[in-house]
Design a protein around this ligand. Structure first.
Ligand SMILES: [Zn+2]
Ligand SMILES: [Zn+2]
Length: 255
């Protein structure tokens, strides 16, 4: 599988700051933040599946534009995957005829532009040779990470999460993990805010990484604009066994 980073910033501002969205091969989106807007029309039309980590706007804002843009051109619905609460929030607060039309009933209920599919931790989704496993994240709203398995290699994206023993336990059950994309939204000086908003800061991240078995390449995402350098300096100062790098827009990971 091939993952292309469309957006990995904790905010906006300039061409390199898009919110969370990853293109997987050419038919899967992992989160639908503002990075989706950089894809060409032809690339947008090819997207069949959107896996959502949680309902926060920086991860879903461009799903409504995607569905509206390509709906008429496609023969089958785009499937949006998420936990039950995420899907409920998307239906009630986004595709609710007020913020945006309910595309799960357009042009008609039997052949809509969009369909929802609930996913649960412990239940894998298979798409051909590829397997996508939801992981338990710990955030202010019910949230998931995902493990992508090509059959040849595996990648984990934690989504938005704070430190979680349960998440660590699930990551450590994955053998031969090649990439671990994990968030660090705030510097250590804002640890209180990181805990309150259930994000990670470098000290919490170091605690998590210290317990990761295996030898994945660790890539840091969701850095707050203006604080990225500071957060990365703090992360590197912990000098753990793993050597985290900053995830950048445009990066391609193959596994
Ligand atoms: Zn969030
Ligand atoms: Zn976020």
């Amino acid at each position: 599988m091939k993952l292309t980073v469309l957006g990995c910033s904790g905010g906006i501002g300039g061409a390199h700051r898009r919110t969370t969205a990853f293109l997987v091969d050419d038919d899967i989106l992992l989160d639908g933040g503002s990075g989706v807007g950089d894809l060409d029309y032809e690339e947008l039309v090819r997207i069949d599946h959107v896996f959502v980590s949680h309902a926060h706007l920086d991860h879903v804002a461009f799903i409504p534009f995607l569905v509206d843009t390509v709906g008429e051109e496609r023969r089958r619905p785009i499937t949006v995957y998420g936990n039950a609460e995420t899907l409920r929030i998307l239906r009630s607060h986004l595709f609710n005829w007020l913020i945006w039309p309910d595309f799960s009933t357009i042009p008609d209920r039997s052949a809509p532009f969009l369909r929802y599919q609930e996913v649960r931790v412990g239940e894998a989704i298979r798409l051909g040779e590829r397997t996508i496993r939801p992981l338990p994240a710990l955030h202010t709203v019910p949230a998931l990470g995902y493990c992508l398995d090509s059959g040849q290699g595996k990648l984990v994206f934690t989504g938005d999460t704070t430190y979680s023993d349960e998440l660590i336990e699930h990551i450590n059950r994955i053998s031969d993990l090649r990439y671990l994309i994990v968030e660090a939204a705030f510097p250590d000086a804002q640890q209180g805010l990181a805990l309150a908003s259930r994000h990670m800061c470098p000290s919490l991240l170091a605690r998590l990484l210290d317990q990761i078995k295996g030898d994945p390449q660790v890539l840091i995402t969701h850095l707050k604009p203006g604080k990225g350098e500071r957060i990365m300096t703090e992360i590197l100062s912990y000098q753990g066994r793993l050597s985290p790098r900053r995830l950048e827009s445009g990066m391609r990971l193959e596994f």
